[in-house]
Write a protein that binds this ligand. Structure first.
Ligand SMILES: [Zn+2]
Length: 125
């Protein structure tokens, strides 16, 4: 189950980033995942919560953004989003197109709050 590995890398990246901002608590992390990475979002959330549970990152929220597959036409250089596995260039109808994105897996953003900014007992989401 590669979602577990991904959840692990996300948590690690958050910890690394948080270490650069002493006195803050990560509260929300945004992850950008390409359509081609074929991640099961529910599984990823499940793993993420399982890893964060009972750690200082327990209240961390995960926000997943799925990026569509994009191709670039080799003939006219047009870049376009692929729908339903139709790789043809919408501008010149060439089939000579190449995949330029859609398999990314990266941290989009990390929201932190300063210690004490969030009153105890108001953790509701
Ligand atoms: Zn074209």
């Amino acid at each position: 189950m590669h979602e577990m590995g991904i959840a692990n890398s996300v948590i690690e990246a958050v910890r690394k980033e948080a270490a650069r901002h002493p006195g803050t608590q990560p509260c929300k992390v945004g992850v950008r995942i390409g359509e081609l990475a074929a991640i099961d979002q529910d599984a990823l959330r499940f793993c993420f919560e399982a890893i964060a549970r009972e750690t200082d990152l327990e209240s961390l929220q995960l926000d997943v953004e799925v990026c569509p597959r994009r191709h670039r036409c080799s003939a006219c250089r047009r870049e376009f989003v692929v729908h339903d596995y139709d790789f043809r260039c919408p501008q010149c109808a060439s089939l000579a197109t190449e995949c330029i994105s859609g398999d990314e897996l990266e941290l989009a953003y990390l929201e932190v709050e300063e210690y004490g900014a969030c009153p105890a007992g108001e953790k509701s989401s």
